[in-house]
Structure formats: C-alpha cells, structure tokens
Design a protein around this ligand. Structure first.
Ligand code: FE
Ligand code: ZN
Length: 266
C-alpha cells in the first residue's frame, strides 16, 4: 500500500547540501513546486514537463525561496503562494492560518506554525484516493524539529502539536534530509523505543542506498520523534537526567529537549 495514492506523484529534489525541494505532479505531469531554494534542480526536473501549476513557500529563509525569481523568469505569471511576510518579496499571493488554497486537483489547508520563524506556515491536503500530504518546511523533520530562531518554545510546541494531530497516514514532506543525525539524538533520548530503533535502521539503509528518508508518515513520527513525545515518561526522565533538575511543565520539558539537541553531537 506504500506506493498508492499521492506518494507516486511526489518527488523530493535534493538541493544544496541537505535541502529538499518537493515536486507534486498531477496525472498530466503538471507540477506544484514547494520551497525552491534554488532553481537549477527544478528546471532540470521539469525540462520536458508542462508549465507548473504554482510555487508554495513555507517560510522566508533563503534555502527555501532563493530559486523563485529565476523560476518566474522561466514561467512568468506563475502563482507564488507564501505567508504574509515582507521578507518574501517574490510572492504574488499571501495566505495565513485557516486559508484554503485550490491548485489543480489539490486542495490545501494553510496552517500557521510559528516557532522556527514567526510567519512559518504549512500546507496540508487530503485528497480522494490518497494519503494526506503535509509540506511543513523547517518545523517538523523526520525524528526532529527545526531550530527556534524567531518564536518561543511554547509557540514551537503548539505548532508541532497542531501538526501531530493530523491523520496518521499523512505523508510528512519536510525541507531537509536531517533524519540520520536526528535519529542519533532520538536514540540518545529514548534508547528503549523499539519502533525508533527500527526507523533508524530503515533510514540508515535508505541513505546507504542513496535514497531519501522522506516522506515519513505522521504515525511513524508520533511513535518515534522525541519532539512529538516530550511528555512521555521515559523522555521526561531522560531530560531530567540531562538537565539535572525536575521539569516544571510541558513547555519546560520541550524547551530543555530542544536546547539539548542544539548542543548535541553524535
Ligand atoms: Fe531550511
Ligand atoms: Zn529555515
């Protein structure tokens, strides 16, 4: 069942060191482009394809928006759908939390997910005949989460909870191939998690075979990702051992877990 539905229409394009630009194609090969940090990989992948439907942007960082201007030269008038943020000058349509975006055969709900940046959004779809899709930029990674650059730990935790509440078969399409490094940290935090061990081994095999570790299902992330599990007793105990003090509340636990990861070297 893994190759049914949307998965066969999805393609993570490697960019820079460890970014993914996501392409989602309809039955006629027309693409939707998500977070094109550079244009080259997109132009190469779509050389023989019909003109794309649109570009979706999750947040303003250069490694997610840097290729837009060049793609607009190739396809003038292409819709560029982005969060309300003046730092994204190339956008021509703005969306925010709760908005619906219809593009070709897809219908996306926009989710405001501040934390990594304040204006960060995700695009979530659930179409007939396929799993849900979640384009979540640098907020939720497989086995990890983004650094908190502009928001607070409380905002980031609320954003991750919003994503974690989506259906379990949702395919998580995030902006970076960080899974192996994240797995090393996740195993340090929760060594007794057998499902995590299995996922870490799978990710290692995928990378050894030159394949992406993404997309991952949200069900797998809920079972393995420590940042979606910071309230589990075993994880809280781990955080308390690491910090050497008892934790106040959920936000304290999450903030300390994120801080631990910031300084972690496998
Ligand atoms: Fe990024
Ligand atoms: Zn970013």
């Amino acid at each position: 069942a893994v190759t049914t539905g949307q998965r066969m229409h999805l393609q993570p394009l490697p960019a820079f060191e460890d970014n993914y630009i996501w392409l989602l194609r309809d039955d006629g090969g027309r693409a939707l482009i998500v977070d094109p940090g550079e244009a080259g990989p997109v132009l190469a992948a779509l050389a023989d394809a019909p003109a794309p439907h649109a570009i979706l942007l999750t947040h303003h960082h250069g490694d997610h928006v840097g290729g837009v201007a060049e793609l607009l030269e190739r396809w003038p008038g292409l819709p560029v759908i982005a969060p309300h943020d003046t730092r994204i000058a190339t956008a021509n349509r703005r969306v925010g939390d709760g908005d619906m975006v219809e593009i070709g055969p897809w219908r996306f709900e926009v989710l405001g997910i501040p934390g990594h940046t304040l204006s960060h959004i995700a695009f979530c779809s659930r179409n007939a005949g396929g799993e849900g899709l979640l384009f979540c930029g640098d907020t939720l990674f497989s086995l990890g989460c983004g650094r908190i650059f502009e928001g607070t730990p409380a905002q980031m935790l609320a954003s991750l909870r919003k994503l974690a509440a989506l259906p379990g078969d949702t395919l998580v399409c995030c902006g970076h191939e960080y899974t192996l490094a994240n797995a090393a940290f996740a195993l340090a935090v929760e060594p007794g998690n057998a499902v995590l061990r299995e996922r870490a081994a799978q990710a290692r095999a995928q990378r050894d075979a030159g394949q992406p570790t993404l997309p991952a299902t949200l069900a797998s992330e809920r079972a393995c990702n420590p940042f979606l599990r910071s309230n589990e007793a075993a994880i809280r105990a781990s955080i308390e051992t690491h910090t050497g003090r008892s934790l106040d509340d959920d936000i304290d636990a999450f903030a300390e877990l994120r801080r631990w990861k910031d300084g972690f070297r496998a």
